[in-house]
Ligand binder design. Structure first.
Ligand code: SAM
Length: 228
């Protein structure tokens, strides 16, 4: 059975999706989607030989080779321009996912929806989405096996209106900070504790970095406010 985390990601693909799953590992996500939806097609991209071979085996054993192409390569380099309508990048750090999008941005011509699941640092992705005019249309936060995961869905903004997110929305997520689910609260209680700790450690130094302390204090204040 597919993890709840990847089922959540899959739920944001439309029927008849024509998508890429970058960093696909065992290709569990594209296999699950294509088994459920006979009109879906996918490209599973993998940088590393081991996971690439696992993906090939999984696709073959599910008899899906006609609808899932497994390709080896870095990030979006496995795609030709305008090849897919949706891109999924899940299970990595937000900074790595951001780098993959940035390096592959020339491939995004026809991509109308990007679904990302960063394990940490979702903020850098939200900033990237604004910069390249993708509007965040949904967010999820879930806890599974002791880890908290965020899913962000973004769609190309063709309204002509300029996108804007406040710094708080960029940090917490525009939808997640409104919803304030129990998992969201749990995450930010932990994140506040981390910042309190880092602040104390910096204050112990002979020459404390006051800019860093001020930046932490500001985020700590925002967290206290969002948790109210
Ligand atoms: N997407 C799956 C998931 O969410 O369960 C697998 C996540 S796994 C932790 C990350 C995978 O991304 C690994 O298999 C790794 O080899 C692959 N990867 C890392 N950097 C990559 C890159 N630049 N391009 C393609 N794949 C990459």
């Amino acid at each position: 059975l597919l993890s709840r985390r990847l089922q959540m990601v899959a739920s944001y693909l439309p029927r008849g999706a024509k998508f890429a799953d970058i960093g696909s590992d065992h290709a569990y996500l594209p296999c699950y989607v294509c088994l459920q939806d006979p009109t879906a097609t996918a490209i599973a991209g993998e940088l590393n030989e081991g996971p690439f071979q696992s993906a090939r085996k999984e696709v073959e054993s599910n008899d899906l080779s006609a609808r899932i192409a497994v390709r080896k390569g870095d990030g979006l380099s496995v795609l030709s321009k305008d090849e897919v309508d949706q891109i999924v990048i899940a299970g990595m750090g937000g900074t790595l996912i951001t780098n993959i999008l940035e390096e592959g941005k020339d491939k995004l011509g026809r991509t109308s929806r990007i679904i990302v699941q960063p394990n940490v640092d979702a903020k850098s992705l939200r900033k990237w989405f604004v910069k390249y005019n993708y509007q965040i249309t949904a967010e999820e936060i879930i806890e599974e096996a002791g880890h908290i995961y965020e899913v962000i869905v973004a769609e190309k903004n063709d309204t002509g209106n300029e996108l804007h997110y406040s710094e708080r929305e960029t940090l917490f997520g525009p939808y997640l900070m409104k919803e304030k689910s129990p998992v969201f609260k749990k995450k930010w209680i932990e994140e506040k504790a981390k910042r309190d700790y880092v602040k104390r450690e910096i204050q112990k130094a002979a020459n404390p970095d006051n800019d860093k302390i001020a930046a932490l204090e500001l985020e700590i204040l925002w967290i206290e406010e969002v948790l109210k």
